[in-house]
Design a protein around this ligand. Structure first.
Ligand code: ANZ
Ligand code: ZN
Length: 711
């Protein structure tokens, strides 16, 4: 459908004007700290496929939120960059037979173009790229600080090995209970190797207790708590063999001790600490070697796993009575155990920052002096992983002198995990122009912590935890002043196609490019945002495109081509309140729905000003053009967000949405709305609300609740 205005001309013109005028940049030297709003979205890994509409959905929601904050008077700092190191890029490079550096240059350029084309208010002057020496120099510097503080160590360790990727994996990089590689799906094996670790377990308690004060989704907190896995129990000695138990009261009923295969005590017996009876030590497959003491007391009378094992292997079951709580607290020693492990950061791969350590026969492991950083990743032609680090082949590079004694020494040939790159990147953005420090603390104190961090639920356990660990460690070293860098996180929903997550392997990836070429980015932004609440995501359909185009045409006619009588002020008031609430909770679909109702009532100059400003975060180019048509000065994005009078606010109600009496979500709508309005809005916003014909009765209590009764 042809729009009553030249879409592409307008979008290109304003984007160019924004860039030239520096609209999206704030001066971090002069800005007032209280006004800064650090609006951050997880930076992308520039994949070869380019952005798909699911990414665009996530980014434009965050952008709309940032633009709204700006209109509320905040100095919005909204940088973007590229997480371009890592096994992902390297595996792709190996597949297509290209060097990862060349490939990354191409994919990054394409990402830059696509990310620019979505009309987000990024401050491109502060873009970072983790695979560039000017960035990874500081990743290495950070590791040197951790090493000097004893928070980075090397240890011989059984590690998870992917025989297809030929690399060590962190436990977190495996799926299906640690049995297959997350990247390639091959079954993993175990291997003993010398590896570098970061001492994350040292921070386990702080990582846990710090969660309480964070404004994070409950699900994120729960997942992180489970990941840390704190467990209080007791260590009990069976002679020289110690078990960890959370049920010391079951001690009298112990009939065996379970250990994993290969345990030195397997097949022997120990004496029961109180009865003195001989207790067999048996091999089971359910004892995790690295958890607790790696040995478990078997109590078939009280534990299902033990009962099954005892039945299968003809072991006795004892019905000895439990100890009472007082006696149980006399048994053994109190003990706190964590599921979490130290973070294994060594990768025997090519595409990452070389670990900044030099090995010397007489001095041991010596950190590379800060003035010698970065340790530049040498250009290798053959980067195929063999099991040993590709860098080890590069003898000229490996051979060096010891910074401490000047004797012959060799460089560590592992590279660090890509999650190290992203564990501190949010500290770099405000300080990108400094090349003598990783971050400037005046800047850091002014801009951090991140006011709003938009992420994906796939990053709760690793990235979010590592970022917290890194910041806590840097705080302890006096290098930053805050402990929690990401006090407020929101998780973006996923855009799916025909019920499935978009992925290249499924072949259901939808690129934004065609839609942008045909309809312009504002139409795509709004049709994506209209398809579902940002935090929930939903099915992609381009059917909403026509509807959004019609809405834009109506906005155009209402603002640029019409004049009419004054409207009643109450109309804006409830629109302003409803749109504001919707934007605050990232329900841009609701905001758009309210604006669609409002546009037909727009008559006066004031109505027009309100409409255009409310539209600005969602359709930034169209709003800028309409603002210009109204004869207003550049830029609409610097205008104050419209404010509702307090009576207007009172006209909006929040409703709890229940299904069969269970809370399923909340909606907000005008107080004057009918039960039917409320039911329709609930249905379009909350997936759990059943379809019309599955509902027996709807109970609507204005101002309180709408309950769908299906039984
Ligand atoms: C005896 C017992 C009796 C247990 C009973 C439970 C119930 P969480 O909460 O996860 O810490 N356990 C200890 N170390 C283990 C290991 N390395 N691998 C597998 N299982 C292990 O659970 C602690 C409980 O898990 C411990 O308490 C131990 O079994 C088992 F009726 O001891 B219990
Ligand atoms: Zn030396």
């Amino acid at each position: 459908m042809a729009q009553p205005y030249p879409v592409h001309v307008i979008e290109a013109r304003w984007r160019d004007r924004w860039e030239r005028s520096g609209l999206n940049r704030i001066d971090l030297d002069t800005v007032d700290s209280d006004r800064v709003f650090y609006n951050l979205v997880e930076f992308p890994y520039p994949s070869a496929e380019g952005l798909h509409v699911g990414h665009v959905f996530r980014y434009v929601g965050v952008d709309a939120f940032g633009r709204y904050q700006r209109m509320c008077g905040r100095a919005v700092f909204q940088p973007i960059g590229f997480d371009s190191f890592g096994i992902h890029a390297e595996n792709y490079a190996l597949n297509v037979g290209e060097h990862p550096r060349r490939l990354t240059e191409q994919t990054t350029a394409r990402y830059r173009e696509q990310l620019s084309s979505i009309g987000a208010a990024w401050d491109w002057s502060r873009a970072i790229d983790t695979s560039k020496p000017e960035y990874y120099r500081w990743t290495q510097w950070t590791l040197v600080q951790l090493f000097k503080a004893g928070l980075m160590y090397q240890a011989e360790a059984p590690v998870i090995w992917c025989p297809s990727c030929l690399t060590v994996l962190a436990r977190e990089q495996t799926d299906r209970d640690g049995t297959v590689c997350e990247r390639c799906g091959s079954p993993v094996t175990e291997r003993v190797m010398k590896q570098w670790f970061l001492r994350t377990t040292h921070y386990a308690d702080r990582l846990l207790s710090g969660l309480d004060d964070l404004e994070w989704p409950d699900r994120s907190k729960r997942l992180q708590r489970q990941w840390i896995g704190r467990s209080e129990g007791r260590d009990i000695d069976f002679g020289d063999l110690t078990v960890f138990t959370t049920r010391p009261d079951t001690l009298p009923a112990v009939t065996f001790i379970a250990v994993p295969a290969g345990h030195p005590a397997a097949g022997s017996t120990r004496r029961h600490p109180t009865s003195g009876a001989p207790i067999p030590v048996v091999v089971t497959d359910y004892v995790v070697e690295s958890y607790g003491t790696g040995a478990v007391m078997g109590v078939p009378a009280h534990d299902d796993r033990d009962a099954r094992f005892a039945a299968e292997h003809g072991l006795p079951v004892s019905d000895a009575p439990l100890l009472d709580p007082v006696d149980a607290a006399a048994v053994g020693r109190p003990s706190v155990r964590y599921r979490m492990h130290d973070w294994l950061i060594s990768r025997q791969r090519y595409w990452g920052p070389p670990i900044p350590i030099i090995h010397c026969e007489s001095c041991g492991a010596v950190p590379v002096p800060e003035e010698d950083l970065p340790v530049v990743l040498p250009d290798l032609d053959d980067i195929r992983p063999t099991g040993d680090s590709p860098l080890a082949e590069c003898t000229d590079w490996v051979q060096t002198t010891c910074p401490s004694c000047g004797g012959p020494a060799s460089r560590d040939s592992d590279v660090s995990d890509t999650f190290v790159d992203s564990a501190w990147y949010f500290l770099r953005y405000p300080s990108t122009e400094f090349d003598d420090v990783p971050w400037d603390n005046v800047r850091t104190d002014k801009v951090l912590p991140v006011d709003f961090y938009a992420g994906g639920s796939e990053h709760v356990q690793r990235h979010h935890l590592y970022a917290r660990f890194m910041t806590m460690a840097l705080q302890d070293l006096g290098l930053v002043s805050m402990a929690e860098p990401l006090p407020r996180i929101a998780l973006g929903g996923m855009i799916i196609l025909a019920g499935a997550k978009m992925s290249k392997s499924r072949g259901n990836v939808v690129s934004p490019d065609g839609y942008v070429a045909e309809h312009g980015i504002d139409v795509l932004r709004c049709s994506l945002l209209f398809s579902a609440p940002w935090g929930r995501g939903g099915e992609f359909s381009d059917r909403s495109i026509a509807g959004i185009e019609r809405f834009f045409a109506r906005c155009w006619r209402a603002v640029a081509e019409s004049d009419g009588p004054e409207s009643a002020v109450a109309q804006w008031d409830h629109t302003i309140s409803a749109v504001t609430r919707a934007v605050e909770r990232m329900s841009f679909n609701v905001a758009l729905a309210r604006l669609m109702e409002f546009v037909d009532h727009v008559r006066s100059a004031e109505d027009k000003s309100v409409l255009v400003r409310l539209l600005a975060p969602l359709a930034p180019h169209l709003a800028e053009e309409l603002w210009h048509q109204l004869g207003q000065p550049f830029s609409v994005h610097d205008q104050p967000w419209p404010e509702a009078s307090s009576d207007g606010a009172a006209e909006v109600q929040d409703l709890a949405v229940q299904v069969d009496g269970r809370l399923r979500g909340r909606i907000s709508l005008p107080r004057t709305a009918t039960g039917e309005d409320a039911a329709a809005l609930a249905r379009s916003n909350i997936a759990a609300v059943p379809a019309k014909d599955a509902v027996k009765r709807v109970v609507y209590v204005p101002g309180r609740v709408i309950n769908f009764v299906s039984r």
